[in-house]
Design a protein around this ligand. Sequence first.
Ligand SMILES: Nc1nc2c(c(=O)[nH]1)N[C@H]1C(S)=C(S)[C@@H](COP(=O)(O)OP(=O)(O)OC[C@H]3O[C@@H](n4cnc5c(N)ncnc54)[C@H](O)[C@@H]3O)O[C@H]1N2
Ligand code: MOO
Ligand SMILES: [Mg+2]
Length: 393
Amino acid sequence: MPLISVNTAAALIRQHLPDWGTEIVSLSTLHPRILAEPILSDRPYPPIDRIMMDGIALNWQHYDAGQRTFPILGTVAAGDVPPPLSDPSACFEVMTGAALPQGCDLVIPYEALEIKEGIASIRHPEPWLPYQFVHRCGSDAPAGAVILPAGTPLHSPAWGILASVGHTQVRVKRYPRTQLIATGNELVAPEQTPNPHQLRLSNTYALAAALQRQGYSQVSLTHLPDDPQRLAQHYQAASQTHDLLIYCGGVSKGKFDYLPQLWQQQGVQQYIHGVAQRPGKPLWFGIDHQRQTAVFGLPGNPVSSLVCLHRYLLETPVLYARLAAPVHFEKPLAYFLPVKLETTQNAELVAHPRPMQNSGDFLALADTDGFVELPAEQQTFAAGECYRYIPWS
Ligand SMILES: Nc1nc2c(c(=O)[nH]1)N[C@H]1C(S)=C(S)[C@@H](COP(=O)(O)OP(=O)(O)OC[C@H]3O[C@@H](n4cnc5c(N)ncnc54)[C@H](O)[C@@H]3O)O[C@H]1N2
Ligand code: MOO
Ligand SMILES: [Mg+2]
């Protein structure tokens, strides 16, 4: 198995992984998604001169000329059609969110007023300025402005913006119809009680959680035994109905690691089998061009499969963390080292190594936040040096 570098593997996957296109989702989805169209403001924002304080609205020139008491003509609440100020020496009581009545260009909050028998008197000596406490019409964005560019990840504020502009249907990046396939005779379902030689399958749950947290909304899980016929039957059916098949286990050198040969027989073009990394060395990746299905074979060890998913498929932020302690790693392999992250008051990310015993030691991940990528070219990594940090999804 000739090993390729982590960067070569990442580049091959980027190059060959299909663009899954786009789809329309409804506003009620609210899942993590990536916007695939620019969103324009449907009208100026705010759409009115919006009152920002509960108080009175009046004409600034009258205030500037020295007038300090104003008869109240009425009350304008949020949602009211604002009446014009028919007498410029009078005022309206106005509420936050109401539209500024025509003829008014100043809002003074209740705290600066005394109101008695229908007359508001300004008690506060502050010089009030024109349009004070008025959120001017169009001052946030004019009509027709791009307020969310295509490619924006839809975080919570973005969903609020979509609702505000009335985008009840929105075009987003489509995530692939994905199946996670746990392989292995030793595995039983989590609800079963394993015999001593068996274990509950856990990898596909960890992988599914990571995918779902990134927005993959169509992810199914299945389990197959190490049986070439069953694996072949499953592949033929699943490759028709899925865009992405992520296998877990069965890709190394064992007598029952049937998958690489099976994919070859099924016509999947292999791009990767073996990456100079620990864990995750036996990683397999290929594309079935005929059926338009992408295939990942993640090494079965739990830490290996998780690390490979994060490094090669998921969108991860570009972050760097400083090693809190020195690390020595002899092998000419990139080392994905699980870490506990500390954030310091001077805005530094500090990575505390939490080395596991081996890539089967998934319990060691419980007290970690992600992993650092230590390059293959180096053997010693000093405390204080910075390396790429990838958080768990
Ligand atoms: N002769 C060699 N043997 C191995 C090599 C090698 O280069 N030469 N590589 C080792 C490395 S590194 C890894 S990683 C594993 C990968 O093996 P497979 O992808 O074939 O995975 P399996 O053999 O099926 O399983 C490995 C291990 O993981 C457990 N497992 C698998 N699936 C799950 C699951 N869904 N949930 C929980 N645990 C799972 C499985 O029981 C095994 O213990 O190969 C080494 N061998
Ligand atoms: O590379 Mo394996 O993933 O070390 O256990
Ligand atoms: Mg194996």
